[in-house]
Design a protein around this ligand. Structure first.
Ligand code: URA
Length: 436
């Protein structure tokens, strides 16, 4: 394989052969193919696309660039393309584990508007996401669920390639996104993979068409690799639930799992709990080969009877976390600022992207890789879309442990996220479409 010839062929729009793709990725991982040629490859794929077969070959080559785990027990995982207030994994994973399906979840650290699942879990004092792979496997097998960060042994080709894509304008490509997400999930080894592809203002994919194309591509890729898979395309125009941040999202997830003592109105989170159960049920149904209705009933039961909460607690303790100290940490004094409705009416929209930008500025996310996250920073909404408000009613609270002088300016930005109108407004359902 001559790298320049592969690049020329892709530039002209030809489908590359499986061996060409494999050798190109192997050469790049070894350091024989330099960054400039891989950047040109990424740009050619962005402009010319890839067939389903090429995408599967690229995914496979990237997966094989590092360690690949395997499991004998039933295993499933869920991947979300990233949303605002998206703490669903924290509910889904223990529910699925309580149904007898192991959830080995290797996650990336959040980079962008809000923290990722690892950042949220690490707000629990003592919780260590950085586990050696062998310990991660041990915890997942014994507890039924483990959330840890991807080590350098998992898909090194993706790490190197993503760093190039990030600075060469080549992130926005369905085949490259598919290979990047899927190679890491395939390396984790779960037999069933369910995708939650977010769509809307607060999502990576802004339009239903793009979100659907990514969902189709992820499911096709997972199936080409011999896994069971389906995807939901779900609405991400308004934040999920009330909490957007890290510790406040963990508290909300704990409340959804039935833990007492958290100041969260779970009765008003039926959409968020409902979507968590829909995704969990698909993981259980595919992996256990049972009808979706039965899987839904099983997941609801495991959430209601406290078995899912017990799994969550067991996972936290296996990772060294301390939930009593977490509850104490939530009482730490912070700087807070409350915003109020300037007019009466119905909340007809809460712009997820605007909320996330404020949460990021408060310290809840990373503007640059390596930035420190403030676990207590974030936004907690007081209302949801469809709620009736009168002038002066609380809309949200901003919270941070540093830079209180920025609070007033950010509060003004946050206010712009709320649309209040005089007409009637019913929130739509979260599931927009399904693949699988
Ligand atoms: N998330 C990933 O892991 N990779 C991408 O390319 C985009 C989002």
């Amino acid at each position: 394989m001559i790298a320049k010839v592969v690049l020329e062929r892709k530039r002209e729009g030809h489908a590359l052969g499986s061996a060409e793709i494999r050798e190109f990725v192997e050469g790049f991982t070894r350091g024989d193919i330099p960054d400039y040629q891989m950047s040109a490859f990424a740009m050619a794929v962005c402009c010319r696309g890839m067939t389903t077969r090429e995408t599967a070959d690229l995914t496979d080559a990237m997966m094989r660039s590092g360690e690949c785990l395997s499991w004998t027990a039933p295993t499933a995982d869920k991947h979300s393309t990233g949303g605002v207030g998206d703490k669903l994994s924290l509910v889904i994973q223990p529910v699925v584990a309580a149904c007898g399906v192991v959830v080995p979840s290797l996650v990336g650290r959040g980079l962008g508007l809000t923290g990722g699942t690892a950042d949220k879990m690490e707000t629990i004092p003592g919780y260590n996401c950085s586990q050696p792979l062998a310990r991660f496997q041990e915890i997942a097998a014994s507890v039924g669920v483990s959330v840890a960060v991807q080590t350098d042994e998992i898909c090194p080709a993706d790490k190197k390639l993503y760093a190039l894509r990030d600075v060469t304008g080549t992130v926005a490509s369905i085949p490259l996104i598919t290979a990047s997400i899927l190679s890491k999930k395939l390396a984790e080894g779960a037999h069933t993979l369910v995708f939650d592809v977010k769509c809307g203002r607060g999502a990576f994919m802004k339009t239903p068409e793009d979100a659907r194309a990514l969902a189709d591509s992820l499911v096709a890729g997972a199936r080409a690799a011999g896994r069971l898979s389906c995807a939901l395309v779900t609405d991400m125009n308004a934040p999920l639930g009330f909490a957007v941040g890290n510790a406040n999202e963990v508290a909300e997830a704990l409340a959804m799992l039935g833990a007492p003592g958290f100041d969260v109105d779970v009765a008003r989170l039926s959409d968020t709990v409902g979507l968590s159960l829909e995704l969990a049920a698909r993981m259980v149904s595919l992996e256990k080969g049972m009808p979706l209705g039965d899987a839904r009933a099983m997941c609801s039961e495991k959430l209601a009877d406290g078995s899912a909460l017990a799994k969550f607690k067991a996972m936290v303790s296996a990772h060294g976390g301390d939930l009593d100290r977490f509850a104490g940490m939530l009482q730490t004094p912070t700087f807070k600022f409350r915003i109020q409705a300037m007019r009466s009416g119905r909340v007809s929209g809460i712009d997820a992207e605007k909320v996330a930008r404020v949460a990021l500025a408060l310290g809840a996310g990373r503007a640059m890789a390596g930035d420190r996250i403030d676990p207590l920073a974030g936004v907690t909404l007081a209302v949801r879309v469809g709620d009736k408000v009168t002038v002066g009613a609380p809309l949200a609270t901003l919270e941070t442990t540093s830079e209180p002088e920025a609070l007033e300016r950010l509060a003004a930005d946050l206010l712009k996220a709320f649309a209040i109108s005089s007409g009637h407004c019913e929130p739509g359902g979260l599931v927009l479409s399904e693949v699988g």
